[in-house]
Design a protein around this ligand. Structure first.
Ligand code: CO
Ligand code: CO
Length: 364
């Protein structure tokens, strides 16, 4: 049995344990994970419907027939609809268990499609698919870990080229474009729009990359990632253009310590919230606690943000097979920001960073 069908069997086990009748997937990383279908969400209904027992079925627009048939290869039925038809009729025929009581629906399914599905299953309780799917997806198998490691290596290579490219007068957008092109050359694609935040812009963790030009004395936060066979990388480094001031060095060191402390906590085996606390303690100890304004990390895989989240209140253990970011930061409004981010995998033998690019302060 192939990988996708094994995953479907596993999720069906989870569904039966949790009492779900159907799992309905839209165009998403979940659909790719369970069926191999690579899709983009739009106004046309595209679904993979997985019953608690028995065969799944795909419901797709006729225009995707050829491409989808090549991927599915007869492993389960492919039902297509033309633009003149109502695809919900196919859903009714495909999922005839109208007495279904609980259905898990893909978290990212468009509301317009979900509203239609609700009408097909009157009186049914709907819950986010993450409740059954995440317990599988958080544990990466050896093949997935190898792809994540490859993705991380390529991100390191991109960061090396980024470091060489930074110079006074280059704009944030120009560097972001360079990052996009380099990821497309070295890997498959970008995993998210690169964040390039220079000088005072660095104080906004998710700054919208703009036209500001780099100047001497800037800290430049570069946060970017690519994909390999769908598996994402995510790395952040903060470079100094010219000489760092005493305060810049102090802030940089606090973030570096926080990154290391969280890694050590994971290496020793800890819960998600303990890893967050380790990073937070290092930054609070340096006097910048109020300026670390986000969680310490997020799981990563087919999605750039997925479970598990390294955040206070998440008492779940970080176990072998889990992969997530460690990305503490300090953000001083009107002044500058620093973030240092690596992707880390938990193995049977402690933690392993999937990024090895230099973390020490670089003055360019
Ligand atoms: Co990032
Ligand atoms: Co991240």
């Amino acid at each position: 049995m192939d990988l996708n069908m094994r995953r479907i069997e596993k999720v069906q086990d989870k569904m039966r344990q949790a009492g779900f009748d159907y799992l309905i997937l839209g165009p998403s990383s979940n659909m790719f994970y369970f069926s191999g279908l690579e899709t983009t969400a739009d106004e046309r209904l595209q679904l993979v419907i997985v019953p608690a027992s028995g065969q799944p079925a795909a419901v797709l627009p006729e225009m995707y027939q050829e491409k989808a048939a090549a991927v599915i290869g007869g492993r389960f039925p492919l039902l297509t609809w033309s633009d003149q038809q109502d695809p919900l009729e196919l859903v009714k025929n495909t999922a005839p268990q109208r007495s279904a009581r609980r259905i898990a629906v893909d978290d990212t399914l468009r509301a317009a499609h979900f509203l239609g599905i609700m009408e097909v299953f009157p009186g049914c309780a709907f819950e986010p698919a993450s409740r059954v799917v995440d317990t599988l997806r958080v544990f990466k198998d050896d093949q997935e870990l190898a792809l994540m490691a490859r993705s991380g290596d390529l991100a390191d290579q991109v960061m090396e080229k980024v470091q060489a490219e930074i110079r006074p007068g280059l704009s944030e957008k120009e560097l972001a474009l360079f990052i996009e092109i380099t990821f497309k050359q070295l890997s498959d694609d970008i995993s998210f729009k690169p964040i390039v935040a220079s000088g005072p812009h660095g104080a906004s963790p998710h700054h919208s990359t703009g036209s500001r030009k780099f100047m001497q004395g800037d800290f430049i936060v570069v946060d970017c990632g690519g994909t390999v066979n769908g598996y994402c990388s995510d790395i952040t480094r903060t470079f100094c253009l010219g000489k760092a001031t005493g305060e810049m060095k102090k802030v940089y060191q606090a973030v570096l310590d926080a990154n290391e402390k969280a890694f050590e906590a994971v290496d020793n085996g800890c819960t998600a919230e303990k890893a967050d606390a380790a990073a937070r303690e290092a930054i609070t100890g340096a006097g910048y606690g109020p300026y670390f304004i986000h969680r310490t990390g997020h799981g990563i895989g087919l999605d750039v943000h997925e479970a598990p989240y390294l955040v206070e209140g998440n008492g779940a253990a970080l176990l072998p097979g889990m992969v997530f970011s460690i990305e503490p930061g300090i953000y001083l409004p009107g002044n500058f920001g620093v973030r240092i981010e690596d992707v880390v995998a938990v193995t049977g033998n402690g933690a392993r960073r999937l990024n090895s690019f230099n973390r020490d302060l670089v003055e360019l």
